[in-house]
Ligand binder design. Structure first.
Ligand SMILES: Nc1ncnc2c1ncn2[C@@H]1O[C@H](COP(=O)(O)OP(=O)(O)OP(=O)(O)O)[C@@H](O)[C@H]1O
Ligand SMILES: [Mg+2]
Length: 325
């Protein structure tokens, strides 16, 4: 319990089995005694579907040792802009407040606002709930969306620096009407906009530290033995490595069981193709395949979910990147 990575993200191309793996792996951790939280950061939630219960924006007990949470992007986006409004408008004249609020309302519906809000929530979960759980498992949205989310701290860090230096030069121009260094410094120290920018910057730095901490964090990709998921994941791994976000490995999902591929022309052809893609996987991700899951007869829920989670129990240590003694 408590060994290996604590924060595990499941990612990959649309429809490959991210939600299935997040649900099954969180069940596996809970069954083996880890107090586990499974979080969906995908705006199109489907965790609740798999567990057959409703999961809301507050942490709920799903079964023994297992808790669930679905981040509601809209609620978070509104909370996020309310928070910024409150911080920004403290101590400012009502006319300016109205203008600031208009600006923030406009920003609230701009592209990227949802990502920023989900990101804030995700950092809040790690900071506030990190100590309460042995594992926190994140079911993410398809690759592009998630990569944008994870690259945010790096991108925003640079952007914030820029805004901070612009604000500082504006303030020093404004302070020229005052004589005396003390009065000038006070203008800078008391500026609410500068203070909020600096707070945001510190928050992004903190997020970045969490994301690149290879002792606690890992990103696992789910792929299918098909060309597009392989290529997309290859690119995604390169991007994460560029941002120094630790990649735990890949899970190959939906492989054709041997017994079906024999004596049936259609399935044996598919299997031959699949083996070619398996070669490609081993070449593109050498030593990184964590486990291989078969295609099951039905969608993964109930008993099927148990089968997959039992499978994960056998490879749990490998999935969590535990060092063998
Ligand atoms: N090994 C499998 N055998 C049979 N069905 C599977 C398997 N893996 C996943 N499925 C089914 O495929 C569908 C898609 O799986 P899932 O929702 O986990 O993918 P996803 O990557 O989370 O999709 P999205 O990108 O839409 O979030 C589901 O209906 C699931 O039950
Ligand atoms: Mg999903």
């Amino acid at each position: 319990m408590g060994q290996g990575k604590k924060y595990i993200f499941f990612g990959g191309k649309g429809g490959v089995g991210k939600t299935t793996c997040s649900a099954a792996f969180s069940k596996c951790c809970a069954k083996t005694g880890d107090r586990t939280l499974v979080v969906s950061t995908d705006p199109a939630h489907s965790l609740a579907d798999i567990f057959g219960v409703s999961i809301g924006p507050e942490i709920e007990l799903l079964e023994e040792n297992l808790y669930g949470l679905e981040i509601d992007a809209e609620i978070e986006r509104n909370k996020y802009s309310e928070r910024i409004k409150a911080q920004l408008t403290a101590g400012i004249s009502p006319v300016i407040i109205e203008e600031i609020q208009r600006q923030i309302d406009a920003a609230n519906i701009s592209p990227g606002a949802e990502e920023a809000a989900i990101f804030d929530k995700f950092i809040e979960i790690i900071k506030e709930k990190g100590n309460e759980f042995d594992r926190i498992i994140f079911d993410t949205a398809p690759t592009g969306h998630t990569l944008r989310l994870l690259s945010l701290p790096e991108l925003m860090g640079g952007w914030m620096d820029n805004l901070i230096s612009k604000r500082k030069s504006a303030l020093s121009l404004m302070s020229m009407i005052h004589s005396g260094e003390k009065a000038k410094q006070e203008i800078i120290d008391r500026d609410p906009i500068l203070s909020i920018l600096q707070k945001r910057k510190a928050k992004f730095e903190q997020a970045r530290e969490i994301l690149i901490d290879s002792d606690t964090m890992e990103f696992i990709f789910v792929i299918n033995p098909e060309k597009l998921p392989i290529l997309e994941t290859k690119k995604a791994i390169e991007i994460l490595m560029k941002y120094r976000i630790p990649v735990g490995g890949v899970i190959v999902n939906r492989t054709i069981p041997e017994e079906y591929s024999k004596g049936n022309e259609f399935w044996s052809k598919r299997k031959t193709l699949e083996l070619q893609y398996m070669d490609m996987i081993n070449k593109e991700f050498p030593g990184r395949v964590l486990t291989i899951l078969p295609l099951l007869e039905e969608d993964i829920k109930g008993d099927n979910l148990d089968t997959v989670s039992e499978h994960f129990i056998k490879v749990k240590a490998k999935m969590l990147g535990e060092k063998l003694k």
